[in-house]
Design a protein around this ligand. Structure first.
Ligand SMILES: C[S@@+](CC[C@H](N)C(=O)[O-])C[C@H]1O[C@@H](n2cnc3c(N)ncnc32)[C@H](O)[C@@H]1O
Length: 314
Protein backbone atom coordinates (compact mmCIF):
# COMPACT_ATOMS: atom_id res chain seq x y z
CA UNK A 1 0.00 0.00 0.00
CA UNK A 2 2.70 2.46 0.90
CA UNK A 3 4.56 1.91 -2.38
CA UNK A 4 1.25 2.59 -4.15
CA UNK A 5 0.95 5.93 -2.35
CA UNK A 6 4.58 6.75 -3.09
CA UNK A 7 3.92 6.20 -6.78
CA UNK A 8 0.74 8.24 -6.71
CA UNK A 9 2.43 11.20 -5.07
CA UNK A 10 5.22 11.18 -7.64
CA UNK A 11 3.02 10.61 -10.64
CA UNK A 12 -0.11 12.63 -9.84
CA UNK A 13 1.48 16.03 -9.28
CA UNK A 14 2.86 16.70 -12.77
CA UNK A 15 -0.21 15.16 -14.35
CA UNK A 16 -2.70 17.37 -12.52
CA UNK A 17 -1.38 20.63 -13.84
CA UNK A 18 -0.60 19.48 -17.38
CA UNK A 19 -1.89 22.23 -19.66
CA UNK A 20 -5.07 21.37 -21.47
CA UNK A 21 -6.21 18.39 -19.45
CA UNK A 22 -8.89 20.59 -17.90
CA UNK A 23 -8.28 19.70 -14.23
CA UNK A 24 -7.49 21.53 -12.16
CA UNK A 25 -8.06 24.79 -14.00
CA UNK A 26 -5.84 27.10 -12.00
CA UNK A 27 -2.49 26.95 -10.32
CA UNK A 28 -4.25 27.64 -7.01
CA UNK A 29 -6.51 24.59 -7.28
CA UNK A 30 -3.53 22.54 -8.38
CA UNK A 31 -1.56 23.61 -5.32
CA UNK A 32 -4.49 22.99 -3.02
CA UNK A 33 -5.04 19.53 -4.45
CA UNK A 34 -1.37 18.68 -3.92
CA UNK A 35 -1.56 20.15 -0.43
CA UNK A 36 -4.58 18.07 0.61
CA UNK A 37 -3.15 14.95 -0.97
CA UNK A 38 0.17 15.41 0.78
CA UNK A 39 -1.55 16.06 4.12
CA UNK A 40 -3.60 12.89 3.80
CA UNK A 41 -0.54 10.86 2.79
CA UNK A 42 1.47 12.24 5.69
CA UNK A 43 -1.18 11.53 8.28
CA UNK A 44 -1.96 8.02 7.01
CA UNK A 45 1.51 6.92 6.01
CA UNK A 46 4.03 8.58 8.35
CA UNK A 47 6.73 6.18 7.13
CA UNK A 48 6.73 8.10 3.81
CA UNK A 49 8.68 10.79 5.68
CA UNK A 50 7.57 13.70 3.47
CA UNK A 51 9.20 16.91 4.65
CA UNK A 52 6.69 19.11 6.55
CA UNK A 53 8.35 22.17 5.05
CA UNK A 54 7.28 21.00 1.61
CA UNK A 55 3.70 20.92 2.77
CA UNK A 56 3.61 24.34 4.39
CA UNK A 57 5.55 25.87 1.52
CA UNK A 58 2.97 25.00 -1.05
CA UNK A 59 0.25 27.58 -0.68
CA UNK A 60 -1.56 30.37 1.10
CA UNK A 61 -5.12 29.28 1.83
CA UNK A 62 -8.21 30.45 3.75
CA UNK A 63 -10.96 27.87 3.91
CA UNK A 64 -14.55 28.19 5.08
CA UNK A 65 -14.46 25.35 7.61
CA UNK A 66 -14.48 24.34 11.23
CA UNK A 67 -11.12 24.73 12.99
CA UNK A 68 -10.81 21.10 14.09
CA UNK A 69 -11.63 19.80 10.63
CA UNK A 70 -9.11 22.15 9.08
CA UNK A 71 -6.39 21.38 11.63
CA UNK A 72 -6.81 17.67 10.90
CA UNK A 73 -5.59 18.32 7.33
CA UNK A 74 -2.31 19.88 8.54
CA UNK A 75 0.83 17.88 9.17
CA UNK A 76 2.77 17.73 12.44
CA UNK A 77 5.44 20.44 12.87
CA UNK A 78 4.42 22.25 9.69
CA UNK A 79 3.70 25.94 10.52
CA UNK A 80 6.07 28.64 11.74
CA UNK A 81 3.72 30.71 13.89
CA UNK A 82 0.13 30.50 15.10
CA UNK A 83 -1.70 33.72 15.89
CA UNK A 84 -5.34 33.13 16.66
CA UNK A 85 -8.30 34.77 18.32
CA UNK A 86 -10.90 32.26 19.53
CA UNK A 87 -14.48 32.95 20.56
CA UNK A 88 -14.32 34.07 24.22
CA UNK A 89 -17.69 32.62 25.29
CA UNK A 90 -18.96 35.99 26.48
CA UNK A 91 -21.80 36.29 23.96
CA UNK A 92 -20.13 39.14 22.04
CA UNK A 93 -20.60 38.23 18.38
CA UNK A 94 -22.87 40.86 16.81
CA UNK A 95 -25.85 38.52 17.23
CA UNK A 96 -24.41 35.78 15.02
CA UNK A 97 -24.20 33.15 17.77
CA UNK A 98 -20.59 32.02 17.27
CA UNK A 99 -19.63 33.22 20.73
CA UNK A 100 -22.41 31.26 22.50
CA UNK A 101 -22.00 27.80 20.97
CA UNK A 102 -21.40 26.01 24.30
CA UNK A 103 -23.75 25.19 27.18
CA UNK A 104 -21.23 25.41 30.02
CA UNK A 105 -17.75 26.67 30.79
CA UNK A 106 -16.62 23.05 31.01
CA UNK A 107 -17.84 22.34 27.47
CA UNK A 108 -16.17 25.49 26.15
CA UNK A 109 -12.90 24.64 27.88
CA UNK A 110 -12.93 21.06 26.59
CA UNK A 111 -13.29 22.46 23.05
CA UNK A 112 -10.44 24.94 23.69
CA UNK A 113 -8.27 22.08 24.90
CA UNK A 114 -8.94 20.16 21.69
CA UNK A 115 -7.95 22.92 19.26
CA UNK A 116 -5.02 24.06 21.41
CA UNK A 117 -3.53 20.54 21.41
CA UNK A 118 -4.00 20.39 17.65
CA UNK A 119 -2.25 23.76 17.29
CA UNK A 120 0.69 22.46 19.29
CA UNK A 121 0.84 19.39 17.07
CA UNK A 122 1.03 21.39 13.81
CA UNK A 123 3.42 24.07 15.14
CA UNK A 124 7.12 23.61 14.41
CA UNK A 125 9.38 23.19 17.46
CA UNK A 126 10.79 26.43 18.95
CA UNK A 127 8.02 28.50 17.43
CA UNK A 128 5.27 30.51 19.10
CA UNK A 129 1.57 29.95 19.70
CA UNK A 130 -0.12 33.31 20.27
CA UNK A 131 -3.72 33.23 21.49
CA UNK A 132 -5.79 36.35 21.98
CA UNK A 133 -7.87 36.29 25.12
CA UNK A 134 -9.89 38.43 27.44
CA UNK A 135 -9.97 38.56 31.20
CA UNK A 136 -13.69 39.20 31.23
CA UNK A 137 -14.67 35.73 32.40
CA UNK A 138 -13.17 33.11 34.60
CA UNK A 139 -13.19 30.55 31.79
CA UNK A 140 -10.34 32.36 30.08
CA UNK A 141 -8.19 32.13 33.17
CA UNK A 142 -9.09 28.46 33.42
CA UNK A 143 -8.01 28.09 29.79
CA UNK A 144 -4.59 29.39 30.74
CA UNK A 145 -4.39 26.94 33.61
CA UNK A 146 -5.32 23.99 31.45
CA UNK A 147 -2.64 24.85 28.89
CA UNK A 148 -0.09 24.15 31.63
CA UNK A 149 -1.00 20.46 31.25
CA UNK A 150 -0.03 20.38 27.57
CA UNK A 151 3.39 18.82 27.20
CA UNK A 152 5.96 20.99 25.48
CA UNK A 153 4.03 24.25 25.76
CA UNK A 154 6.05 26.87 27.65
CA UNK A 155 4.49 30.22 28.68
CA UNK A 156 6.67 33.10 27.47
CA UNK A 157 4.80 36.39 27.44
CA UNK A 158 1.56 38.35 27.59
CA UNK A 159 1.26 41.08 25.01
CA UNK A 160 -1.18 43.76 26.05
CA UNK A 161 -2.89 45.67 23.26
CA UNK A 162 -4.27 48.81 24.84
CA UNK A 163 -6.57 51.17 22.96
CA UNK A 164 -8.59 54.24 23.70
CA UNK A 165 -11.67 54.38 21.56
CA UNK A 166 -15.28 53.19 21.62
CA UNK A 167 -17.86 53.44 24.42
CA UNK A 168 -17.15 54.18 28.07
CA UNK A 169 -18.57 52.34 31.08
CA UNK A 170 -20.52 54.79 33.25
CA UNK A 171 -20.09 52.90 36.51
CA UNK A 172 -16.53 51.59 36.27
CA UNK A 173 -13.15 52.20 34.61
CA UNK A 174 -13.50 51.46 30.91
CA UNK A 175 -11.82 48.20 30.00
CA UNK A 176 -9.60 49.09 27.03
CA UNK A 177 -7.09 46.33 26.51
CA UNK A 178 -6.78 42.80 25.21
CA UNK A 179 -4.14 40.23 25.95
CA UNK A 180 -2.31 37.91 23.58
CA UNK A 181 -0.84 34.98 25.49
CA UNK A 182 2.36 33.59 23.99
CA UNK A 183 3.63 30.07 24.48
CA UNK A 184 6.60 28.49 22.74
CA UNK A 185 6.71 24.86 21.66
CA UNK A 186 9.78 23.86 23.64
CA UNK A 187 11.89 26.02 25.94
CA UNK A 188 13.64 28.09 23.25
CA UNK A 189 11.94 30.21 20.64
CA UNK A 190 12.67 32.44 17.68
CA UNK A 191 12.66 36.19 18.35
CA UNK A 192 13.71 38.58 15.56
CA UNK A 193 14.76 41.42 17.84
CA UNK A 194 16.20 43.62 15.07
CA UNK A 195 12.91 43.55 13.15
CA UNK A 196 10.87 45.10 15.95
CA UNK A 197 13.17 47.69 17.50
CA UNK A 198 11.75 51.16 18.12
CA UNK A 199 13.40 54.57 18.47
CA UNK A 200 14.86 55.19 21.91
CA UNK A 201 13.81 58.23 23.96
CA UNK A 202 17.28 58.32 25.53
CA UNK A 203 19.96 58.25 22.84
CA UNK A 204 23.03 57.68 25.06
CA UNK A 205 23.88 55.21 27.81
CA UNK A 206 23.53 57.40 30.93
CA UNK A 207 26.35 55.61 32.76
CA UNK A 208 28.98 55.37 30.00
CA UNK A 209 27.89 58.22 27.70
CA UNK A 210 28.09 55.83 24.75
CA UNK A 211 25.68 56.52 21.86
CA UNK A 212 23.16 53.79 21.22
CA UNK A 213 23.45 52.50 17.66
CA UNK A 214 20.20 50.53 17.64
CA UNK A 215 16.63 51.16 18.69
CA UNK A 216 15.24 49.43 21.75
CA UNK A 217 13.02 46.37 21.97
CA UNK A 218 9.50 47.46 22.93
CA UNK A 219 7.84 46.37 26.18
CA UNK A 220 4.88 44.00 25.99
CA UNK A 221 2.35 46.84 26.33
CA UNK A 222 1.39 48.25 22.94
CA UNK A 223 -0.99 51.11 22.35
CA UNK A 224 -2.81 51.12 19.00
CA UNK A 225 -6.29 52.22 18.05
CA UNK A 226 -8.50 50.42 15.57
CA UNK A 227 -9.73 53.83 14.54
CA UNK A 228 -13.05 53.85 12.71
CA UNK A 229 -11.67 56.45 10.29
CA UNK A 230 -8.72 54.30 9.22
CA UNK A 231 -8.73 52.55 5.85
CA UNK A 232 -8.16 49.20 7.52
CA UNK A 233 -11.17 49.36 9.84
CA UNK A 234 -13.57 46.76 8.51
CA UNK A 235 -16.79 47.67 10.33
CA UNK A 236 -18.61 44.35 9.75
CA UNK A 237 -16.80 42.13 12.26
CA UNK A 238 -17.15 42.90 15.99
CA UNK A 239 -13.68 41.73 17.11
CA UNK A 240 -11.26 42.81 14.39
CA UNK A 241 -7.68 43.06 15.62
CA UNK A 242 -5.33 45.94 14.91
CA UNK A 243 -3.06 45.23 11.94
CA UNK A 244 0.00 47.04 13.30
CA UNK A 245 -0.17 44.95 16.46
CA UNK A 246 -0.33 41.78 14.36
CA UNK A 247 2.56 43.01 12.17
CA UNK A 248 4.80 43.27 15.20
CA UNK A 249 3.88 39.79 16.46
CA UNK A 250 4.51 38.27 13.03
CA UNK A 251 7.81 40.10 12.48
CA UNK A 252 9.08 39.09 15.91
CA UNK A 253 8.02 35.46 16.10
CA UNK A 254 8.07 34.04 12.55
CA UNK A 255 11.19 33.44 10.46
CA UNK A 256 12.02 35.95 7.75
CA UNK A 257 11.33 34.11 4.47
CA UNK A 258 14.28 33.41 2.20
CA UNK A 259 14.63 32.15 -1.40
CA UNK A 260 15.04 28.66 0.02
CA UNK A 261 12.42 28.68 2.75
CA UNK A 262 8.98 30.21 3.24
CA UNK A 263 7.49 31.24 6.52
CA UNK A 264 3.88 30.27 7.26
CA UNK A 265 1.45 31.85 9.73
CA UNK A 266 -1.72 29.99 10.79
CA UNK A 267 -4.95 31.47 12.17
CA UNK A 268 -7.79 29.01 12.83
CA UNK A 269 -10.34 31.72 13.75
CA UNK A 270 -9.68 34.10 10.91
CA UNK A 271 -12.79 36.34 11.25
CA UNK A 272 -12.26 39.45 9.15
CA UNK A 273 -8.89 38.19 7.89
CA UNK A 274 -6.64 40.47 9.94
CA UNK A 275 -3.92 37.86 10.56
CA UNK A 276 -3.94 36.94 6.86
CA UNK A 277 -3.50 40.59 5.84
CA UNK A 278 -0.65 41.08 8.25
CA UNK A 279 1.06 37.82 7.23
CA UNK A 280 0.80 38.61 3.52
CA UNK A 281 2.00 42.19 3.84
CA UNK A 282 5.05 40.86 5.70
CA UNK A 283 5.78 38.32 2.93
CA UNK A 284 4.69 35.34 5.00
CA UNK A 285 2.38 32.63 3.73
CA UNK A 286 -0.95 32.21 5.42
CA UNK A 287 -3.06 29.20 6.31
CA UNK A 288 -6.40 29.66 7.99
CA UNK A 289 -10.06 28.90 8.38
CA UNK A 290 -13.25 30.68 9.33
CA UNK A 291 -16.54 28.93 10.10
CA UNK A 292 -19.00 31.67 9.16
CA UNK A 293 -19.51 31.77 5.35
CA UNK A 294 -20.47 35.46 5.37
CA UNK A 295 -17.32 36.52 7.28
CA UNK A 296 -15.27 34.20 5.09
CA UNK A 297 -16.49 35.81 1.86
CA UNK A 298 -16.17 39.36 3.17
CA UNK A 299 -12.68 38.68 4.52
CA UNK A 300 -11.48 37.51 1.10
CA UNK A 301 -12.51 40.88 -0.32
CA UNK A 302 -10.88 42.71 2.58
CA UNK A 303 -7.64 40.76 2.17
CA UNK A 304 -7.63 41.48 -1.56
CA UNK A 305 -8.35 45.19 -1.04
CA UNK A 306 -5.52 45.62 1.45
CA UNK A 307 -2.86 43.32 -0.05
CA UNK A 308 -3.82 42.73 -3.69
CA UNK A 309 -3.73 38.97 -3.05
CA UNK A 310 -6.57 36.68 -4.11
CA UNK A 311 -6.40 33.96 -1.49
CA UNK A 312 -7.39 30.44 -2.61
CA UNK A 313 -10.21 28.93 -0.56
CA UNK A 314 -10.09 25.21 -1.31
C1 LIG B 1 -12.82 36.54 17.94
S1 LIG B 1 -13.25 36.26 16.28
C2 LIG B 1 -11.75 36.47 15.37
C3 LIG B 1 -11.57 37.87 14.81
C4 LIG B 1 -10.25 38.07 14.07
N1 LIG B 1 -9.13 38.08 14.97
C5 LIG B 1 -10.25 39.36 13.28
O1 LIG B 1 -9.31 40.18 13.40
O2 LIG B 1 -11.20 39.57 12.52
C6 LIG B 1 -13.51 34.54 16.27
C7 LIG B 1 -13.95 33.97 14.93
O3 LIG B 1 -13.99 32.56 15.04
C8 LIG B 1 -15.03 32.07 14.19
N2 LIG B 1 -15.37 30.72 14.67
C9 LIG B 1 -16.21 30.35 15.68
N3 LIG B 1 -16.22 29.02 15.84
C10 LIG B 1 -15.36 28.51 14.92
C11 LIG B 1 -14.92 27.20 14.57
N4 LIG B 1 -15.38 26.12 15.23
N5 LIG B 1 -14.04 27.05 13.57
C12 LIG B 1 -13.55 28.13 12.88
N6 LIG B 1 -13.93 29.40 13.14
C13 LIG B 1 -14.82 29.60 14.15
C14 LIG B 1 -16.14 33.11 14.37
O4 LIG B 1 -17.05 33.08 13.28
C15 LIG B 1 -15.34 34.41 14.47
O5 LIG B 1 -15.24 35.07 13.24
Amino acid sequence: MSSFVRNVSIWVSPYLFAAGNGFPRTYETYCTTCYRLTAVCMSRYPSLNISPATLADIITMLVNDDCLRFLATLADDSVDLIVTDPPYYIGFDGGKGWDSQWKTDAEYLAWCDEWTRECVRVLKPNRMLVVWGTLKVESNLLYRLQTSKITGLVPQNEIIWSYNWGGRAKTNFARKHEIAWCWSKGKDFLFNADDVRVTRKVTKNIRTGEEYTKGTIPTCVWEQNNHTMSAEFCGWHPTTKNLDVLDRIIKAYSPVPTDEEDSTVLDIFSGSGSTAISALRNNRKFLGCELDPDYHTKSLTRIHDLTGVTVPTK
